[in-house]
Design a protein around this ligand. Structure first.
Ligand code: FE2
Ligand code: FE2
Length: 161
């Protein structure tokens, strides 16, 4: 499918974009399950994914970067859609950092029929730890937003200790 890029006007509310393009994902059983798994500290995977999506969209809007708004929203919401508790001891969880982008992508294709751009975003979001380069702008925005949000969530957890 052809990528349709546009800039997001400065008066657009990020929450409205997420509601327009991602409400079916947010209301799905898989995303509700993501709310029960912790990502960093006391942050659930769902809350982390919402924060990352909001920041990726805000970066695109505030820097006037033309993006495929729907793909950016949906790929970001689903970037950690791995659907298990990675803190529990299990042979599959040992390499979680390296494998979860591919698990998340498989699950997202199965449950939400995402396109090629969203798949690229999800598979490359752990760059450079996973050496797949996010060469599409939506993927680069997701990768950057995920690093910023994850760092902040991890630092908040440390401060609470
Ligand atoms: Fe991730
Ligand atoms: Fe993430």
């Amino acid at each position: 499918m052809q990528v349709q890029r546009r800039t997001i006007s400065s008066d657009t509310q990020i929450v409205d974009i997420i509601y327009q393009h991602g409400s079916d994902i947010l209301e799905s059983p898989g995303m509700r399950l993501s709310d029960t798994f912790m990502q960093h500290g006391t942050t659930s995977v769902l809350l982390h994914s919402l924060r990352v999506t909001s920041l990726a969209l805000a970066l695109a809007r505030n820097f006037e970067i033309p993006v495929d708004v729907r793909a950016l929203t949906r790929g970001a919401l689903l970037h950690d859609y791995f659907l298990y508790d990675w803190h529990k001891p299990h042979p599959d969880n040992v390499a979680h950092g390296f494998t979860h982008p591919f698990t998340a992508c498989r699950n997202a294709v199965r449950d939400h029929a995402i396109g090629e751009l969203e798949q690229h975003m999800i598979k490359t979001h752990m760059f450079p730890m996973v050496p797949l380069v996010p060469h599409r702008r939506e993927a680069a925005l997701l990768c950057l937003a995920d690093k910023i949000v994850a760092t902040r969530e991890t630092m908040q957890r440390r401060r609470k200790r």
